[in-house]
Write a protein that binds this ligand. Sequence first.
Ligand SMILES: Nc1ncnc2c1ncn2[C@@H]1O[C@H](COP(=O)(O)OP(=O)(O)O)[C@@H](O)[C@H]1O
Ligand SMILES: [Mg+2]
Length: 404
Amino acid sequence: MGRPARSARVAEPLFSVGEVVKKLARNEHQLKKPEPRKEWWRTSQDRLSLSFVPDNVIGRESEALLLKDTLDGLLKADRGGAVYVSGLPGTGKTLTVKRVLGEVGCRSIWVNCASQGEPRAIYGTLCDRLKGITTSVSTEANLIATLAMKGEKTILVLDELDFLITRDLSLLYAVFELPKKCTEAIVIGIANSVDLPERLLPWLRACQSVPVVFPFRPYTSDTIERIILQRIEKDVIDLPAVKLCAKKTAAVNGDVRLALDVCRAAIESMKNKPSRPNSFIAEIVRIFESRGSVSGLRRTMENLPIQQQVVLCSFVSKLADQKQKEATLGSVYDEYQPMSLRAGTSSLTFGEFSNICSSSLTQTGLVEVAEAKLVKRKSAGRSPRRQLSLASPRTKLLRLCVGE
Ligand SMILES: Nc1ncnc2c1ncn2[C@@H]1O[C@H](COP(=O)(O)OP(=O)(O)O)[C@@H](O)[C@H]1O
Ligand SMILES: [Mg+2]
């Protein structure tokens, strides 16, 4: 049998060599290219962190403009001046002041009062920063001499001014009176206590050292929504979920840090889910329910000046002892005194203690102060005694303080 006849035709290749090379290169490129959605999630998470510095300060345009005008005016004048920026935590005070300082073109020294060992240490810190060297303890007189020696206007920013609240507020008065003693000084005080201007102003008015006051109101849900959208990439979180987060934050305390935190946590948890639904709404609700409201409360407490934190602790300690939700001011003050000694804070008089309870702490919504009905009857003839209680919707606070 003869062999089958071979075809004389040469088989044509399926691809040319050039095409194969191109195809391989294309495959390799596709393998290297990161999945875009993952990239967006990562950059969005980075941009939602508190260390991220945004391009614009959203919703504070008028405050920034007014502050810049005020500082420009003070820089041209042949005298010093003072500015007081007040508002609840997370309302953009620090960010706005930093942004405006970048525009005014004047030397400025920034001190965070929370990081000073004790309130009067600010004089030493300011002197050191002015001189660029570390010196021994300085006084107000040293600071005035150093400023005068420099002979040019200097903006002194005292952030977290609440930490300078001492027993008699004298340090705070001295800070705002500094420009009267030293024409080179422009003082900017930034504080979280919303009632501080009212407490300071009568005295400062009497001394004719009234600062220009800039109140920063809590953010509305619209502004919070814009701040979130500025930071997330390509609708990584869908709009209804962003709106919900903004609304819930505005309802808790308007602290934009809460909204940024919840969004970051929502992305973290969604990216680890095997099946990813399109909407973040359920996740946002879950995070607010599990920790959102508690972390809002915790943040409010952490941001209180140290003396107010001690007052709050003594109140909670008293309640934990009595297993009740109410206590008289006097009995809490008894608890407060040894606690304040242990904490190393200067002790408040009963009047100051009572003031803090009925103004600052009441404003945070953490406690309520009311006339004591039962006690009133017993103390007939004397002024009615007052009674502290936890603000009713916030009973979680008790659990939080006692449990942690
Ligand atoms: N208007 C805003 N636009 C963009 N980011 C903001 C704005 N306000 C606050 N933030 C961000 O929220 C965080 C808290 O702001 P901050 O200025 O420190 O508040 P405050 O000093 O009032 O406590 C910062 O990370 C800041 O970048
Ligand atoms: Mg601040």
